[in-house]
Ligand binder design. Structure first.
Ligand code: NAD
Ligand code: IPM
Ligand code: MN
Length: 363
């Protein structure tokens, strides 16, 4: 199979984990005989530095002309004082909007081999396996007006939470379809006791549920969901929620695995290409030190192989290689216990590559 993949490393550890992704893609093409063509584009702070804008047109064109997009992360302290419209994060929001990436799929999986890393007790996290489906192109992130005003000596500010009903329908439907392939339960998370938008969300979830008689729908208020997620995570299968709630809950859910560096994501568009990215950011506190965990990015590659290219065996091979190196005790510093000498980003990617190339026997 021949595929063209746009790679947007972005800023900070995004650059480092993107190299890890390519290491793994090379191993996949070597083992399974595929040809991947990589085209590189700039986004975020790196693009601001070079072109004065966080998402240059040619980067967007490059993505539109590719079969899938892989993104590292954007942002960092260097660009934190810039005005809202030219911040690195604006580039990410713009690419999500332009590619119509309406559903962000964030699986949260417990790994037995690193269960000791989670600050939560093993009996709480053991067996947790859920997917957060986050609406990605609406809500507070995109509503207008979003601005400050200064009138008669008083400063004010407004952000707008705006949704069209069809934007709710398509992401909720995506979550229900996903639930039919899993244990058949959707938890819709909202703040319907306060927000009108949440009341419409809840109604819409009920309507979509009537199309899926075999899927059980449950509603949960977001504050309770934040608590339930770490109190009793096994109760969840598919969580569907609006943009900002999904952003916050998925970072929280990463605590179940032990590190943000473990969680991949797929951002799905109706007409393609999809975009794949770890849920973490540019991690300025560890950037440039070859210390970031590349697993979130490598598992995002697996999601790309499965969801965009239909390469199921290849995706499973990558996921199994990750499991295998974790079981063998390989650790980057975020998942290392005290006393364990951590691997660099590059070493971890190389170990996963070696497992992928060596280990036909696991199938
Ligand atoms: P962050 O996700 O970058 O980091 C949070 C914490 O998790 C840090 O302690 C970091 O070291 C750790 N961490 C993150 N990824 C890791 C990895 N792969 N391996 C090991 N540890 C890892 O969040 P933040 O510090 O709040 O944000 C930093 C910058 O990243 C900000 O500019 C923010 O806007 C941006 N950001 C971008 C994205 C994205 O591009 N998708 C996502 C989140 C944050
Ligand atoms: C994420 C990030 C982004 C978001 C930021 C950087 C715009 O936190 O991808 O989770 O909030 O969506
Ligand atoms: Mn986030």
């Amino acid at each position: 199979m021949e595929k063209k993949i746009a790679i947007l490393p972005g800023d900070g550890v995004g650059k480092e984990v993107s190299r890890g992704a390519v290491t793994i893609l090379q191993a996949v093409s070597e083992r399974f005989g595929h040809t991947f063509q990589y085209v590189y584009g700039k986004i975020g702070g790196t693009a601001i530095d070079e072109y004065g804008t966080p998402l240059p047109e040619h980067t967007l064109d490059l993505c539109k002309g590719s079969d899938a997009v892989l993104l590292g992360a954007v942002g960092g302290p260097k660009w934190d004082q810039l005005p809202g419209h030219i911040r690195p994060e604006k580039g990410l929001l713009k690419i999500r909007k332009e590619l119509e990436l309406y559903a962000n799929v964030r699986p949260v999986q417990y790994y037995r081999s690193i269960s000791g890393i989670s600050p939560l007790r093993k009996e709480v996290v053991e067996g947790a396996d859920m997917v957060v489906v986050r609406e990605l192109t609406g809500g507070l992130y995109f509503g207008k007006p979003s601005e400050r005003t200064f009138q008669e000596g008083k400063a004010s500010v407004v952000d707008t939470l705006f949704y069209q009903k069809n934007e709710m329908e398509r992401v909720i439907r995506y979550a229900f379809e996903l639930a039919t392939t899993r244990s058949g339960k959707v938890t819709s998370v909202d703040k319907a006791n306060v927000l009108e938008s949440s009341r419409m969300w809840r109604e819409t979830a009920e309507e979509i549920a009537s199309e899926f008689p075999d899927v059980k729908l449950e509603h949960m208020l977001v504050d309770n969901a934040a608590m339930q997620l770490i109190k009793n995570p096994r109760q969840f299968d598919v969580i569907v929620t609006e943009n900002l709630f999904g952003d916050i809950l998925s970072d929280e859910a990463s605590v179940l695995t032990g590190s943000l560096g473990m969680l991949p994501s797929a951002s799905v568009s109706a007409q393609g290409p999809n975009l794949y990215e770890p849920i973490h950011g540019s991690a300025p506190d560890i950037a440039g030190r070859n210390a970031a965990n590349p697993i979130a990015m490598i598992l995002s590659v697996a999601m790309m192989l499965r969801m965009s290219f239909g390469l199921v065996e290849e995706a499973e091979a990558v996921e199994n290689a990750v499991k295998q190196v974790l079981e063998a005790g390989s650790r980057t510093s975020d998942i290392a216990s005290t006393g364990v000498f951590p691997l660099t980003t590059e070493q971890m990617a190389e170990e996963i590559k070696a497992a992928l190339l060596d280990n036909e026997a696991i199938f």
